[in-house]
Every structure is written in C-alpha cells, then in structure tokens.
Write a protein that binds this ligand. Structure first.
Ligand SMILES: NC(=O)c1ccc[n+]([C@@H]2O[C@H](COP(=O)([O-])OP(=O)(O)OC[C@H]3O[C@@H](n4cnc5c(N)ncnc54)[C@H](O)[C@@H]3O)[C@@H](O)[C@H]2O)c1
Ligand SMILES: O=P(O)(O)OC[C@H](O)CO
Length: 336
C-alpha cells in the first residue's frame, strides 16, 4: 500500500478548514496550521473548529498545529488559505520550512495592494518556486456548503497539467468535483474580480433593487472581468466556466457570501466602519477592488462596475449617486 498524500494547510479559517476536510475525505493526511493554540487543540481533541465552522465534525485524518515547521514537513501539497493581503509576510516566514518538492496551492481570491500581483505571483516572488509548481483552487465553493458536503464543482489550475491532475486526484470526493485547467491567470482573476462584483450586487440588494439589476451586474461584471483577462493573457473561455460565471452566480446569490453581505450592509446605509465592525471574516473584495482597478488602469481596460465599487467603498460616494453615474455612461454596443 502506498503512503497517503500529505498536505499542509496554512490557515484555519472557513475555507482552509473546509478544504482541509475535502482533502481528508479524499484520503489525504492533512495538517492545518493556525495561529491560536486553543483552536488547534479544539481541532485535535474535539474535532471541531468552533470559530469558523461551528457544528461541523472534522475527519480523524485532519489535525492541527501552531508549529509551521511541523505542518510543512514532508508535505506533497502546501495549501495557502490566509487573507490575501497577509500572504507575503506570512509566506516569507514559512518559505525556509517548505518541503523541497512541495506543490504550492493558493485558495485565495485576492490581488495584492500596491504590487497588484495575483496570489500565485506573490508565491513565486517570495519562494522563488517555478510557476509550474504553483497551483490554484477556485470556483463556486462557499465554505459552509462544502463543509456540509453539499455537491459542488471546482477548478484546479496549474501551468503544468500533470500537477493539476495530481491535485485533482488529491481533492476529488463524492461531493467535490474538481476540473483541471492550465489558465492560472484567468482562474485567479475570475476569483478575485467576482468578489468585487459580489460587493456591487450586495449593494444593489441592500438598496432594495431587484433581479433585473442583479442579472445586469452579473453579466456586465463578467464582461469587464473578461476584458481584463484578455488584456492579461487569460483564455476568455475560462470566464464562462466555474472560475468565472460559476463563482459569480454563487457569490452574487448567496447570503453566505461575505462579499455579498458586506455590500448589502453598505447598500442599506451602514458606513464602511460600521460594516467592517460587523464583518467577522475576510471579505477580499473590499481591499482587492482597489488593486483590480489598478490592474485595469495598467492594462488600459475599462471596468466601470469595479470603479463604482471603489467609489462607494473607499471614496465615500453614496450608492444612489454612484448608481446614477454608472447608468448615465454613454451608450455602447454590447460587444466591442
Ligand atoms: N470562505 C469561503 O467560502 C471561501 C471559499 C473560497 C475561497 N475563499 C478564499 O480563501 C481565502 C481565505 O478565506 P477564509 O474564508 O478562510 O477566511 P477567514 O476569514 O474565514 O479565515 C482567515 C484565516 O486567516 C487567519 N488570519 C487572519 N489574519 C492573519 C494574519 N495576518 N496572519 C496569519 N493568519 C491570519 C485567520 O485567523 C483565519 O484563520 C480568501 O482569499 C477567500 O477569498 C474563501
Ligand atoms: O464568502 P465570499 O464572498 O468570500 O465567497 C466565498 C467563495 O469565494 C465563493 O466561491
């Protein structure tokens, strides 16, 4: 009998823990790394993560530690699941501990502020690992639904298709169906920009607007994501797949989405500070909307919905005023 695949997951939040469950259910030997000893103890002794997935029983082959060296040792896959804006600093500390041939896997859906780097680029920059040893998992994967083992599909993307296939096998379960893709740029952009569009749809929901507005924002949001992707070398077909449309639909429809909920609170009239205060988990679009807009400007791409979200979230534009400006833009053909 061969040894089980060994996986380290850095981050014991909602998605790190839920994806750790998926890997464990697929037969991997999984170790979560977390900052807090009491959370690691709860995972090891009571088989729960009370802070992020209360009420979910975790599998026996999933343990936790606060020691990054212990988590990283001998890992075939090293999965990164911390908030995007903290990745660079954290990874710099973990890099010397990584197993020599480990595949680095990003679960994160953000773009770094300042550098406007995608998460796989930050990983390559910090670890100096070759791009074909860095993979991404994305798609319509709300952590609580995955933790309830509700059926879902996902994308595992890596420039090296054989590595994507190894990761696909490592996380394939009866309820979690991963598809491979080699378009890492498109998959990462799909995941990061859908959070910004999720904020926009949430704001519209909070303002009491209906499903025509939602359908329009999702579709035009996908159009601006695809424009950016094309300018950055992505395959446009990626955006009609799970990493694009699939994730947009899940995020923009679900009250479980933190980005959607964050937007809804803003649309109802809460201030940014009030909204941040009631948001317990990571809503990546709040910061990444600025870095996505930076990417759009660098590549000369028009992203009016993203611009509107930045205006509301970071420049204090009232949602009613921002919506009026968005709707009063000059008329255009649908495709150009
Ligand atoms: N939750 C989901 O449904 C879901 C699904 C797919 C992808 N994602 C993506 O996964 C990534 C992680 O999200 P999440 O849902 O697990 O977030 P979360 O807020 O639930 O958990 C974040 C984790 O990171 C830790 N953390 C926070 N700041 C840190 C720091 N400075 N250094 C080290 N650790 C820190 C927290 O303690 C927590 O364990 C995000 O990019 C998110 O977009 C989330
Ligand atoms: O809760 P959100 O808004 O971060 O969305 C979670 C996942 O990305 C949905 O696929």
């Amino acid at each position: 009998m061969t040894n089980p695949v060994k996986v380290a997951v850095f981050g014991t939040g909602s998605w790190g823990t839920a994806f750790g469950m998926v890997l464990a259910d697929a037969g991997c030997d999984v170790t979560l790394w977390g900052r807090r000893a009491e959370l690691a103890d709860a995972v090891n002794s009571s088989r729960v993560n009370p802070d992020y997935l209360p009420g979910v029983e975790l599998p026996q082959n999933l343990g936790a530690t606060t020691d990054p060296a212990k988590a990283a040792a001998g890992a075939d896959f090293t999965v990164l699941a911390v908030p995007s804006q903290t990745l660079r600093t954290n990874l710099a500390a973990w890099a010397p501990l990584l197993a020599p041939d480990t595949v680095l896997v990003s679960l994160m859906k953000g773009v770094e502020l300042g550098s406007a780097m995608r998460m796989s680029e930050v990983i390559e920059d910090v670890t100096k690992v070759a791009a074909d040893r860095v993979a991404v998992v994305t798609g319509p994967n709300l952590a609580r639904e995955i933790a309830a083992r509700q059926p879902a599909a996902a994308v595992v993307a890596c420039r090296d298709e054989s590595i994507a296939q190894r990761l696909q096998t490592a996380c394939h379960t009866p309820y979690f169906r991963p598809y491979t893709n080699t378009d890492v740029v498109g998959c990462e952009l799909g995941g990061a920009v859908k959070n910004v569009i999720g904020l926009a749809v949430g704001i519209a929901d909070g303002m009491g607007l209906g499903d025509n507005t939602k359908g329009s924002l999702i579709t035009r949001g996908l159009a601006e994501t695809t424009r950016l992707g094309l300018a950055m070398g992505a395959d446009p077909l990626t955006f009609s797949g799970l990493a694009g449309l699939g994730d947009l639909v899940a995020t923009c429809s679900s009250p479980l989405s933190r980005n959607h909920t964050f937007g809804t609170n803003l649309g109802k009239g809460m201030t940014l500070e009030e909204t941040i205060a009631v948001t317990k988990q990571t809503a990546e679009g709040v910061k990444s909307c600025e870095s996505v807009l930076e990417l759009a400007r660098r590549h000369g791409v028009d992203m009016p919905i993203t611009e509107t979200v930045v205006g509301i979230v970071h420049e204090g534009t009232p949602p009613v005023v921002a919506l009026k400006e968005l709707m009063s833009r000059s008329a255009k053909p649908e495709r150009r």
